[in-house]
Design a protein around this ligand. Structure first.
Ligand SMILES: *Cc1c(COP(=O)(O)O)cnc(C)c1O
Length: 402
C-alpha cells in the first residue's frame, strides 16, 4: 500500500485520495483522463440525460405526502420518488453514466462488486443493454441472503462470482473485484456502486447522482416557490444522500441531514453508524471515517438493511461531517421497520428498508419544526427486494400485519 496522491486533487478536505497498490494507478489515471474529457463533452452529457429520461424514467416525481404530513400535524413533507426508477432505486443513475464512460473508453467487459445485490442488478441491467460482458463479485454469505437478486443478475446475462474469503461479504467482494481489475484493466471497466473507493470514483458517482438534487431544486420551486428547510437521506456509502444534497450545499438555509443505520443500537456494537461511531482510517482505497477496532482492523458492520451494511462512508461525507454542513444521525432497525409500516399504511408506498431510515428520522425532526417548514425525504428505493424481511419482521404467523 502506498499513498499516491501528491497534490490535493481527489480530496475533500483531508479525505479521499488514492490509497491503492501502485500497480492500479495507471487504470485510475486512464479513467480520470477519460472522465475529465467526457465531463465537458456536450454530446456525452446529452446522451446521459436522454438515457435517464427514456430508460430510467426520469425525472422522478417530487410527491407531497399529505397523509404523512397530517400524521405529524405540521410542516409539509415531500418525498423524492427515486423508488420509481427502472430497477427500483437511485443506483441506475450511476450505472447508466458509468456504462457510457466504459463505452467511450472502448472497454468490452464490466465488473462490479455488490453487497445486497442492488448495484449488481443495476450494473447487469446496463451491461445487458450495452451488449458488454458482465461479471459481478458477491460474497457467498450475501448470495445466500439476497438470492432473488442473484437470479435477477443471472437472468440479465451477468456472471455472478461467489467470494468465499474473509467474512464472505461486501468488503471481500470488493477486494476480488479490485484484483480482477488489476489483471484485466485493458479490457475492463470497474463500476463502483457508491461515492466510495479511490479518486476519481467518489467524484464520478456524485456527478451522476446529483441529478436527484437538481430535479428536487427545480421541482420544489415549481411547487412552493422557495427552498426547502430540511432534506433527509439515508447514508450507506452515501450516494443517494450526496446526490440530493449537492445542489443545496451552497444554500445555507437548507438543513441537510444524513441518517445512518444504528442496527440493534449504537451501544450494542451491532450497527453501521460509520460517522456516529467510527474513526478516521484507510479503507477501500480512500481515507475516510471507518468502523475499526483499536488495532485498525475493520469492524464488521451490522444493519438489517443490506444496503447500509458498509463499514466505511464516502470521503465527501467525512468532510461534510467535520465541517458540520451536514448533520448525521442514526436510527435502529426497529425504528426503520416501523417507518416502513407507517408509509405503507399512510401513503400506499412500500419503501426500501434503507430509505425507511430517512423516513424514521421524521419522528425526531417533526416535533422541532416550525408550522410552515418544508421537508424533503429522499425515498431512495422501493421495498420489493425487502419483502422477505418485512414478512419475517412485520407479519404475525397468521399472516396478519402486527
Ligand atoms: C444501495 C442503496 C442505498 C445505500 O447506498 P448509498 O450509496 O448510501 O445511497 C440506499 N437506498 C437504497 C434503496 C439502496 O439500494
Amino acid at each position: 500500500m502506498q499513498i499516491s496522491m501528491k497534490n490535493r486533487t481527489g480530496y475533500f478536505g483531508d479525505y479521499g485520495g488514492q490509497f491503492i497498490p501502485e500497480i492500479l494507478k495507471p487504470a485510475l489515471r486512464e479513467l480520470e483522463t477519460a472522465y475529465t474529457k467526457l465531463k465537458k463533452d456536450q454530446h456525452f452529457q446529452q446522451r446521459f440525460r436522454n438515457e435517464l429520461r427514456d430508460y430510467a424514467g426520469r425525472p422522478t416525481p417530487l410527491y407531497y405526502a399529505e397523509n404523512l404530513t397530517h400524521h405529524y400535524g405540521r410542516g409539509k413533507i415531500y418525498l423524492k420518488r427515486e423508488d420509481l426508477n427502472h430497477t427500483g432505486a437511485h443506483k441506475i443513475n450511476n450505472a447508466i453514466g458509468q456504462i457510457l464512460i466504459a463505452q467511450a473508453m472502448q472497454k468490452t467487459r464490466i465488473i462490479a462488486e455488490t453487497g445486497a445485490g442492488q448495484h449488481g442488478v443495476a450494473t447487469a441491467t446496463v451491461a445487458a443493454r450495452a451488449g458488454l460482458e458482465c461479471c459481478i463479485y458477491m460474497g457467498a454469505e450475501d448470495m445466500q441472503r439476497q438470492f432473488p437478486n442473484v437470479q435477477r443478475m443471472r437472468l440479465l446475462g451477468a456472471r455472478v462470482r461467489s467470494v468465499d474469503s474473509g467474512t464472505a461479504t461486501l468488503k471481500d467482494a470488493t477486494n476480488e473485484a479490485l484484483r480482477d481489475w488489476l489483471v484485466n484493466v485493458g479490457t475492463t471497466h470497474y463500476i463502483i456502486g457508491s461515492v466510495v473507493g479511490p479518486h476519481p470514483f467518489p467524484t464520478i458517482v456524485r456527478d451522476f447522482q446529483k441529478i436527484i438534487g437538481e430535479e428536487t431544486y427545480r421541482q420544489i420551486f415549481e411547487k412552493e416557490q422557495r427552498l426547502p428547510d430540511y432534506i433527509i437521506a439515508c447514508v450507506g456509502g452515501g450516494s443517494n444522500a450526496i446526490g440530493i444534497f449537492t445542489p443545496f450545499l451552497k444554500e445555507p438555509s437548507v438543513n441537510l441531514i444524513g441518517v445512518e443505520a444504528a442496527g440493534k443500537g449504537l451501544d450494542s456494537g451491532k450497527h453501521a453508524a460509520t460517522l456516529g461511531r467510527g474513526s478516521v482510517g484507510i479503507f477501500h482505497g480512500m481515507k475516510t471515517y471507518i468502523l475499526q477496532n483499536k488495532d485498525g482492523q475493520i469492524q464488521l458492520p451490522y444493519s438489517l438493511s443490506a444496503g447500509l451494511d458498509y463499514p466505511g462512508v464516502g470521503p465527501e461525507h467525512s468532510f461534510l461531517y467535520d465541517s458540520k454542513r451536514v448533520d448525521y444521525h442514526s436510527v435502529t432497525d426497529a425504528e426503520a421497520l416501523s417507518a416502513v409500516r407507517q408509509l405503507c399504511r399512510l401513503e400506499g408506498i412500500i419503501p426500501a428498508l434503507e430509505s425507511a431510515h430517512a423516513l424514521a428520522f421524521l419522528n425526531y425532526l417533526m416535533p422541532q419544526t416550525a408550522q410552515n417548514d418544508i421537508i424533503v425525504v429522499n425515498l431512495s428505493g422501493r421495498g420489493d427486494k425487502d419483502m422477505s424481511t418485512y414478512i419475517n419482521h412485520l407479519c404475525q404467523p397468521q399472516g396478519e400485519l402486527s
